[in-house]
Design a protein around this ligand. Structure first.
Ligand code: NAP
Length: 246
């Protein structure tokens, strides 16, 4: 039985992974801003077989919120750093300042602060697994995605550096880099459900369950095996800019 801490567990990959870990009988500590949604996820996790499923409000853009969450969450065997978002599709020349700051604070600063708060306990326990949600966008660039891709390139650099810094501690570090998946991601990014739906029309994107499957697979390898990176896309997605439709 492992203790699994998940940031951004109120929807998408975080929710699907929570359910997957629940089916294995693990204990869960779930964070996000939408606590009502978290409670629903926790209820489903308990029904699915979780040993425990606790929820705690978490805004990874706030240091105080992170400190309170991390003070309450115990020592994770598995830390799934999943909270993240893209805001807008504007080119650099016209992107909104709030989108720039929102992506950097959530995807980079938030992830590092959560990791920094929990690592001393994991190091003392001499075990643990940090699974960071990067993105296929960490592997290239696309127009209208400069800052989102930059934040995910950063997550990749942070994951690689952690593997070096944690050498000898028994702590594993995995970088998950999925391509386009139909979650609430595009609704958040585009601010509009009908625009978001169009992104996935005419082809079959990844689902949250597909990505959760891969997360569960890396988390259930024997302790001496570290899957460093997983790059996965829908079969129809050949690159960051090429999706086969129809
Ligand atoms: N879907 C894709 O195509 C795709 C592809 C590659 C990588 N990713 C990455 O995968 C991760 C999960 O995305 P998803 O597709 O599952 O999207 P999603 O359905 O929108 O889920 C995002 C999760 O992050 C949480 N979150 C966002 N801002 C937060 C904040 N300030 N504090 C705490 N939690 C926050 C959200 O919870 P609250 O809103 O309740 O706080 C939600 O639970 C993200 O890091 C994303 O960048 C997504």
């Amino acid at each position: 039985m492992s203790h699994v801490v998940i940031t951004g567990a109120s929807s998408g990959f975080g929710e699907a992974s929570a359910l997957g870990f629940a089916k294995l009988g693990h204990s869960l500590f779930l964070g996000a801003r939408r606590v009502d949604r978290l409670r629903e996820v926790a209820r489903a996790c308990l029904e699915a077989g979780a040993r425990e499923a606790e929820v705690h409000e978490l805004d990874v853009r706030g240091k105080k919120s992170i400190d309170e969450f991390c003070a309450a969450c115990g020592t994770p065997d598995i830390l799934l750093n999943n909270a993240g978002l893209a805001l807008g599709r504007d080119p650099v020349s016209s992107m909104k300042d709030e989108d720039l700051v929102g992506m950097v604070e959530t995807n980079v600063i938030g992830l590092v602060r959560v990791t920094r708060a929990l690592l001393p306990r994991m190091i003392a326990a001499k075990r643990g697994h940090i699974i960071n949600l990067g993105s296929y966008a960490a592997r290239g660039v696309y127009e209208g995605g400069a800052v989102y891709a930059a934040t995910k390139h950063s997550v990749r650099v942070i994951s690689e550096t952690l593997r070096l810094e944690l050498s000898g501690t028994n702590i594993r570090v995995t970088e998950m880099d999925p391509g386009m998946a139909e979650t609430e991601f595009s609704i958040v990014r585009l601010g509009d459900e009908s625009k978001a739906k169009k992104v996935y029309e005419g082809w079959e994107p990844l689902t949250a369950a597909d990505v959760a499957d891969a997360i569960l697979w890396v988390a259930t390898r024997p302790p001496h095996v570290n899957v460093s990176e997983v790059v996965m896309t829908a079969t129809a997605q050949a690159s960051l800019t090429k999706v086969h439709k129809g």
